[in-house]
Ligand binder design. Sequence first.
Ligand code: DON
Length: 315
Amino acid sequence: MTTTGHELDLIKQHLPAWLETSRQRAGHGMVASYIPELSKAPKEALGITLIGADGECVTAGDCGIPFTMQSISKVFTLILALMDNGEDAVFDKVGMEPTGDNFNSMLKLELVQPGIPFNPLINAGAIVISSLIQGASPAEKSARALEFFRRLAGNSDLDYDLDVYRSEAATANLNRSMGYFLKDNGVLVGDVEEVLEVYFRHCSISVTCADLARMGLVLAMGGVDPVSGERLIPRRYVQIAKTFMITCGMYNASGEFAIGVGLPAKSGVSGGILTMVPGKYGIGVVGPALGSKGNSIAGVHLLETLSHHMDWSLF
Ligand code: DON
């Protein structure tokens, strides 16, 4: 495969069939229900959008359905917190290592010293990151995050799904307990409920596969807006974000994903996956049925198929 154009033609030709094969995996997964509103998502749905550096777009399946970013938002709040505070201040409060535990585990917070979250992509780490976003109030911090996400997606209509926001805020006993634990440790500064409000809000930002693909493309291009050529993110922070995506982006299935797909990626419990082929494509996937580790079961299968046929693994 020599040119992106040729590659995209090949993808266009095969993607619908690959997607239908992967869709069959959805039957083996479960839609997340611990946030009650998420249980309404269509279990059999599977969609994908790829956007190339020149703006060419390939889509298949249910790529137009809206879903909330959930943990995918953590990549971009990390970047915003880095831009607001610098590396040293951020990594004083969160580590750089994978946990091997579930995304919502707080096990190691007490077991391993210092009691800072292992990385910014697990819930405990992302809650601390939310506390580092600058702003005079939770509303101002959330507005800054939303504005940043809109710029990266090139979509000024991006907004919250308030039903999902309220549903999570009303049921998040585990995240709440983590917040108070981190406050007691001195890691989280400020009012816990206010920090959680910022966190629940960015998790509830509603997107389609095209929004994720566009945000992924900015990362694929090293932080530069593919349309305007404007630098939106310092190169170093893109490097940090992509490294976390490789090592922790698919939680305790990150090793398996690195072997099967070999690309930086981040999943969310709504079934979204954002990934990219560096220098070439941003990719957004949705498939609400999740496997045992909380990643879209059909979405991962589709990305494995694509990466295998296109020889995309970085390794
Ligand atoms: O805090 C939570 O549990 C959700 N708002 C986000 C978790 C999530 O997306 C984990 N992803 N696989």
